[in-house]
Design a protein around this ligand. Structure first.
Ligand SMILES: O[C@H]1[C@H](O)[C@@H](O)[C@H](O)[C@@H](O)[C@H]1O
Length: 617
């Protein structure tokens, strides 16, 4: 191994690093590591207050990404939006989030976590105000771009801040609470969408503008909350760092923790080879490995299709026979609620079973439930009702829709919808006709236009087909949320907040959050095309295979970080990545940099770069 110099299994790096309390520590190879400050002090309320105010950033992330689907239903009518404009308004936020997450790494390093959170909440408030007073689609676009900038900065800063202020025995739980707030924001957004969808005018202004409330709350809170002690130490504010650390630990003796952070900062300072941080991350094996793991997790989170499933949930529910639009909106809120509740399970599990097992179980279950979803779509496609009625309406004759012979092919063309009657359990007198450009709830012409279908005993299906296999799809949806939400939803954010050493933390998180947002845009923008080429079941089989690939990646590459101090985690990446059983059950090998540091202080390196067993006992 080129980058490693220890070819013997060494006990625990904590025995190499100078912290008075680890002198007695003896580490068993097969144990999940424990840390000195895992001794469970009564955790002061202040840490929870910090976590709450920070996680409001997660809430805004969830709210602003979730609220747009309901707002769009009203906006497209009131502002007469073409589908291009609708797509632009949705994707500009995610695109802006990708860019600002990347830029957030630089801002975090330069100005600190607190200023970045203040900046994000200021941007969120400005965006909410712009959106709620917008008079034109151009202003709306500007508002959506603004909130996207806020989301990107918040998404990478908040987990880092929470991880840096938390005691290690609670860190996983508190960072996971940020994802709980994301899914909570998505749920609240869906309820707000439901409530304001009944307003005949301007309901969207309330939907989009309400985000100002949590944004102002977070901004006001952070005016009084402290900077992360780790960032302060890194930036030479030693006294202030000690003060803040003692404040957030409720006045208990913080000497051990403080010394451990300080020695790590000093080590990094002495070691720093200069050059751009990203270059240094890539050049140094443990951080390069951490970056691969962090970005890989974020990539697989998005490639397993969470946002497609969430976005598509209303349609999935409609497939199971719910025709009423308001009802579909409320059932979509139920989906968001399920996502939220299962994220809560993740908060409960993360410090009990650890990050690795939780992520592995989650991604495996996700892959299987995507398979169930795909099987449901496949059976539905095979049972797809044929087109049996060809309307005489001359305006329909030039439409390509009239050429389709089955509902399945009709439904996959975004320009067409299926108009049908029901006799008992059978579909009768069905036709494929163009959808109205202004409103996808009716056809452009013929029997299902202008909402006349209900009085004529007809149904209009856009984006789905009536089928008796829809329960399988519904089962797949529930299973998917139950498996995805506790693990693959929060763990990529949680793991990323803790796997980089301090000097690489902002940049590492910026890169991985950027990967998350870029993959998010990619999956959402390609879904309809993928569904058209591969059909729905093909698309979900594809996501399932990607999730299965993700399982292999996690199995080989994700070490356990539960209970370790942030300063200790780097050692988990000091071995070759993707080796069999890299979950922490194998011996720990150490990076040259840390070993040299330890050797310099406590022992000697043997010839040929081998390190001898060093014990401080
Ligand atoms: O972790 C979150 C969460 O799972 C959300 O439900 C999802 O919309 C986001 O894309 C993801 O990053």
């Amino acid at each position: 191994m080129e980058e490693l110099i220890g070819d013997r299994r060494v006990e625990d790096e904590r025995s190499l690093i100078k912290t008075p309390s680890n002198v007695q520590t003896n580490y068993q190879e097969n144990d999940v590591p424990t840390s000195t400050d895992q001794i469970q002090h009564a955790t002061p309320c202040f840490v929870y207050t910090l976590a709450f105010f920070s996680a409001l950033g997660g809430f805004l992330f969830g709210y602003d990404t979730g609220v747009v689907s309901g707002a769009m239903l009203l906006l497209k009518r009131e502002m007469n939006l073409s589908s291009l404009w609708q797509e632009l308004l949705v994707s500009i936020t995610v695109g802006a989030a990708a860019l600002s997450a990347l830029a957030g790494g630089f801002l975090n390093g330069l100005f600190g976590r607190r200023i970045c959170i203040l900046l994000a909440s200021f941007i969120f408030s400005a965006g909410g105000i712009i959106l709620s007073v917008a008079q034109s689609k151009e202003v709306l676009l500007c508002g959506r771009l603004t909130v996207g900038l806020g989301i990107g900065i918040a998404s990478m800063t908040v987990p880092v801040y929470i991880a840096e202020v938390s005691p290690s025995h609670l860190r996983g739980q508190l960072v996971t609470i940020n994802t709980l707030f994301i899914t909570g924001g998505q749920f609240v957004a869906s309820v707000v969408d439901g409530v304001f969808s009944y307003l005949p005018h301007d309901g969207w202004r309330y939907m989009l503008g309400l985000s100002v409330v949590p944004a102002v709350l977070q901004f006001s809170g952070f005016l009084f909350l402290p900077e992360s002690p780790r960032w302060l130490l890194q930036n030479g504010e030693t006294q202030k760092a000690r003060l803040v650390l003692s404040q957030i630990r409720g006045g208990v003796d913080v000497e051990d923790e403080f010394e451990s952070i300080r020695s790590s900062v000093e080590e990094e300072r002495n070691d720093s080879s200069g050059g751009p941080v990203l270059w240094r991350i890539l050049a140094y094996a443990p951080t390069r490995r951490a970056l691969i793991v962090g970005c890989g997790l974020q990539m697989f989170q998005q490639l397993s299709g969470i946002n497609t499933v969430m976005y598509y949930s209303a349609t999935i529910i409609q497939m199971s026979g719910v025709q009423d639009d308001h009802m579909a909106i409320w059932l979509a809120a139920a989906t968001a609620f399920t996502n939220f509740m299962f994220t809560l399970v993740g908060v409960w599990l993360v410090e009990r079973v650890g990050r690795r097992k939780l992520t592995l179980g989650s991604i495996l279950g996700t892959a299987v439930s995507l398979m169930v979803l795909a099987a449901g779509f496949l059976l539905s496609a095979q049972a797809s009702p044929p087109v049996t009625f060809h309307p005489r309406d001359s305006s329909l004759h030039n439409s390509t829709c009239t050429h389709y012979g089955f509902c399945e092919s009709c439904m996959l063309d975004p320009a067409c919808g299926f108009c049908y009657g029901v006799n008992g359990t059978s579909v009768v007198e069905s036709s494929c006709v163009p959808v109205s450009a202004a409103n996808t709830e009716t056809s452009a012409a013929g029997r299902c236009s202008n909402g006349t279908q209900e009085s004529a005993g007809l149904f209009w299906a856009y984006n789905y087909c009536p089928t008796s296999y829809s329960w399988i799809v519904l089962l797949g949806l529930v299973l998917y949320l139950a498996f995805f939400a506790p693990g693959m939803g929060p763990m990529p954010w949680t793991v990323n907040s803790e796997i980089y050493p301090l000097w690489a933390r902002s940049t590492g998180n910026a890169c991985s959050a950027g990967v998350n947002w870029i993959c998010n845009v990619l999956v959402s923008l390609t879904f309809l095309h993928v569904a058209q080429y591969l059909t729905y079941y093909g698309a979900f089989f594809l996501y399932s295979s990607l999730a299965a690939l993700g399982f292999v990646f996690v199995l080989g590459c994700l070490p356990e970080t539960k209970g370790l101090r942030l300063e200790e985690i780097e050692s988990r990446f000091g071995r070759r990545l993707c080796s069999c059983g890299a979950g922490g059950s194998q011996g720990v090998l150490y990076s040259r940099r840390r070993l040299e540091f330890a050797a310099l202080h406590y022992s000697t390196l043997e010839p040929e770069g081998r390190i001898s067993y060093i014990s401080l006992q």
